[in-house]
Design a protein around this ligand. Sequence first.
Ligand code: Q46
Ligand code: ZN
Length: 309
Amino acid sequence: MNNCKRCGAAAVIDVRRHRAAFCADCFQHHCREQVRRTIESHKMIARGERPLVAISGGKDSLAIWDILLDLGYDADGVYLGLGITDYSDTSRDFAERYAEQRGAKLHVVDLPTEHGFGIPDAAKATKRVPCSACGLSKRHLLNQAALDGGYDVLVTGHNLDDEAAVLFGNVLQWHTDYLARQRPVLPATDGFARRVKPLIRISERETAAYCVLKRIDYIVEECPMAAGNRHLRYKETLNDLEERSPGTKAVFYLQFLDKMLPLLESVAEEERQLVGTCTRCGAPSTAEVCAFCKLVERAAPEPISDSGR
Ligand code: Q46
Ligand code: ZN
């Protein structure tokens, strides 16, 4: 391996798409710089604002929380328990341990305790893949946590691989409505906190390396419900392409942001016009009852009589 691009010491990691290798310290500096520049160029978080970071206990969310704290943001975390048996308990332990070590504040929201069902129950009740109930529960409950806690912005740990895989899927099926929404910053609207993805310039391999070098313990196992998840297949395909031509993923996704998203502005505007309010919980929704309230109705053993939040 070459020497560190920044200081000339022995390198511990190479980042082929940047044609650069780094020593441990300079690699961490590189990750922080990538995040700092992403936040600035997309106006994700202003100085003095309070971010809430969605923490899963995995490498990406812990890495972004760590980087935000190192960059001086007053960032708290929120862990969402999904009721996925031992996996949820273990991932919660990792989240809590990090928060304790760092002296940071972690909120915990537990789907089974608060709504009476976990993701496996939801998958059974809806007869759909677990990730679809999971995705909509996360969107709803994490947003609610940000609003309830008075945070300015909700931060998620989506990395370059995640975004490129989602983009790949959306393009394969020409989901223009999803494409129009696939932005690194979703501005706050009535009922929605601003949502941002500051890790879009950092790959999965790099967040893992960041955690290892920074000695951040994270849950390594994949979620047991992920089997059959389409995005995993898309990631494999993109990894093959990346292996042959380093930089493919970054060009694919980052050029989409520059060249394609502006052209989809009218689709995004049309979508915004359609959003109303859920008659049960008050969350933004295009239907009379939002997808989360419908899920609660189907998956929870007893009707939830209050607002459903
Ligand atoms: S946690 Fe949920 Fe993921 Fe598990 S059920 Fe699918 S979406 S795979 S990031
Ligand atoms: Zn609702």
